[in-house]
Design a protein around this ligand. Structure first.
Ligand code: PLP
Length: 334
């Protein structure tokens, strides 16, 4: 059993393969014209239970089991990485999984993450984007009620597990990374930001664990920089309050790299597709179409403008299965 990284750290169920490696991307650094680029391979937290969500789910699942849950209920887009990881965890732990998925297609192709959701035995329902957006609370309540009426004990995970409990996943990742690269060097950590729990966890970990020379640079992939300034602060404040952390959130810097959402969430654009091709052909690493490709495009455009003494590190948050659902993008047929 791993030691606590902070006295307030809540209970955790070990699900991820940790520590994930930190690797040098030599070819990419040469192409980008910088001395060194590091990558933390959180896409390797597992195969089925892979990516950044797993670190958050370790805490959420511990709480679910502690409360005697036998069913996990969650929601997201029909290619959601979070939902796929939840489905795999459910199968592994013998828990039932229900998911409310956003899809304008009432019968979306069984590919990528959705294929795996079905393989892992999750029960899914699809809802058009406008219904999903405007009636999500009702949809979730209905599923919870159906489960309770059937005598089961459902536990609900909000989108991306980006709630105060889930944020501990990336507080712990900071401790792990500090062991690997040291906490003193000027490190610029780039990550994709969407439901915000990854970036908030990193920001809190940086502050709590004394890594003040690090900068956490979130690349928004779903909403504006203004939106994320307020969401990140809100989630950070909620986490500080719930766990009574000795921190003043207003003093934690929020760094966001603007301009890499493209036409919208999960809609690819040429620089992001190019990032997928580049990492594949120069490093043999798979990026995903919605998150890591856009974050990588953001990092590559930014690193050249940074002082040479700052060491860039890309946090690969996973999502690789999503690429299979849009293979036409890369083959040129999409
Ligand atoms: C592969 C991948 N990377 C990054 C993110 C963004 O992380 P967060 O939702 O914690 O901001 C997500 C999920 O939304 C994801 O699935």
């Amino acid at each position: 059993m791993a030691m606590k990284i902070h006295p307030q750290e809540p209970a955790r169920l070990e699900l991820a393969q940790l520590p994930t490696p930190v690797v040098k991307l030599k070819q990419l650094a040469d192409i980008a014209g910088v001395e060194r680029v590091l990558m933390k391979r959180d896409d390797l937290t597992g195969l089925e239970i892979s990516g950044n969500k797993v670190r958050k789910l370790e805490y959420m699942v511990a709480e679910a089991l502690e409360q005697g849950a036998d069913t996990l209920v969650t929601h997201g887009g029909f290619q959601s990485n979070h939902c796929r990881a939840t489905a795999a965890i459910g199968a592994r732990l013998g828990l039932r999984v229900r998911m409310v998925l956003r899809s304008d297609d009432p019968d979306p192709p069984w590919d990528g993450n959705l294929f795996l959701d079905r393989l892992f035995g999750a029960e899914v329902s699809y809802h058009a984007a406008d219904v999903y957006r405007s009636q999500l609370d009702r949809l979730i309540c209905e599923v919870m009620e159906q489960e309770r009426a059937a005598g089961r004990r459902p536990y609900f995970f909000p989108v991306g597990a980006s709630v105060p409990l889930g944020c501990w996943g990336y507080v712990r990742a900071v401790a792990e990374l500090a062991e690997q690269v040291g906490s003193d060097q000027p490190l610029d950590i780039y990550c994709a930001t969407s439901s915000a729990g990854t970036q908030v966890g990193l920001m809190l970990g940086r502050a709590l664990l004394g890594c003040e020379n690090w900068r956490i640079l979130g690349v928004p992939v779903s909403d504006s920089v203004e939106y994320f300034h307020s969401e990140l602060r809100k989630l950070e404040r909620a986490t500080v309050e719930r766990f009574q952390l000795d921190l003043s959130p207003e003093e934690t810097p929020i760094d966001l790299v603007e301009g890499f959402i493209g036409p919208g969430y999960a809609i690819p654009y040429p620089e992001a597709v190019e990032a997928i091709r580049l990492l594949g052909s120069s490093e043999g690493i798979v990026l995903d179409p919605s998150y890591t490709s856009k974050a990588m495009a953001g990092m590559l455009a930014t690193v050249k403008r940074q002082p040479a003494e700052r060491q860039p590190l890309f946090l690969h948050t996973g999502g690789s299965f999503g690429l299979f659902a849009c293979r036409g993008l890369i083959s040129g047929e999409g």
